[in-house]
Design a protein around this ligand. Structure first.
Ligand code: PGA
Length: 243
């Protein structure tokens, strides 16, 4: 596990865009799982800028989402399909046939999880998986206590996660209570992982996950065992690490 500490969120975002682009340039038809949430927004903005300068070609990349709210229609502004389409897929003109999304409106969410895992397995587990981290150390929507052997599954979102994500909705009651998520074993099957964390609010989760013991109470701690993980932090997110 490699930890890089950048001075500011802007620098972190530029570095993240640079690293993602390096992976795409090295292997244009890579399998790329993309994170959502507040943290990667400036990374996507940087990638859009590079695209408009003719410096980023994602047209052959196979894109996967990492998690999605159960039951939220794809056109809902807070669905992650909507988010990824708006932030990166449309602006970078990534062809529709290269994209694997969850069907959040399925009648059979359980079957959707096994189908998604099967699709990942047959197309190939991600060459690069981008991740954020929750205040409670979740990665994707794998909340504390999730088994390290988990595959794609449905989760009941933790109160802390609903609270954190309510800032994107009109109120807390609108936040869906369940989500599809790539499992921890699925994440560990990715060849390379890039995790971004910004701000003081993430400092404790970062310190516990990356300098504490590997424990299912801190789902992100499993990344300590991954052979190719890069953690990008800004100064605030790194503030509780012992350096
Ligand atoms: P955030 O979410 O980037 O909006 O803080 C990260 C996460 O919950 O994984």
């Amino acid at each position: 596990m490699k930890i890089e500490i950048l001075e500011t969120y802007e620098e972190l975002s530029k570095r993240a865009a640079e690293l993602i682009l390096n992976y795409v340039n090295t292997n244009p038809s890579l399998n790329l799982a993309l994170p959502t949430g507040g943290t990667p927004l400036a990374t996507y903005s940087e990638l859009r800028k590079l695209f408009s300068q003719g410096k980023a070609d994602f047209s052959k990349a196979n894109i996967f989402q990492i998690d999605e709210y159960v039951g939220l229609p794809p056109e809902h502004p807070q669905s992650y399909v909507h988010y990824l389409t708006k932030e990166i897929i449309s602006p970078l003109k990534i062809p529709k046939e290269n994209i694997t999304f969850y069907n959040a409106l399925t009648d059979n969410p359980q079957e959707e999880t096994s189908d998604y895992e099967q699709t990942l397995k047959s197309i190939g587990y991600p060459d690069l998986m981008g991740l954020g981290i929750g205040h409670n150390s979740h990665i994707a929507f794998n909340e504390p206590g999730t088994s390290f052997t988990s595959r794609t599954h449905i989760v009941d979102l933790a109160e802390k996660t609903i609270e954190a994500n309510s800032r994107f909705f009109n109120n807390k009651d609108e936040v869906p209570k369940q989500a599809f998520t790539t499992g921890l074993a699925t994440i560990m099957d990715s060849k390379n992982i890039l995790l971004l964390a910004s701000g003081e609010g993430k400092a404790e989760a970062v310190a516990k996950s990356f300098q504490g013991e590997v424990s299912e109470e801190h789902p992100a701690s499993i990344l300590q065992k991954h052979p190719s993980t890069t953690i990008l932090l800004d100064k605030e997110a790194a503030s509780k690490l012992k350096l």
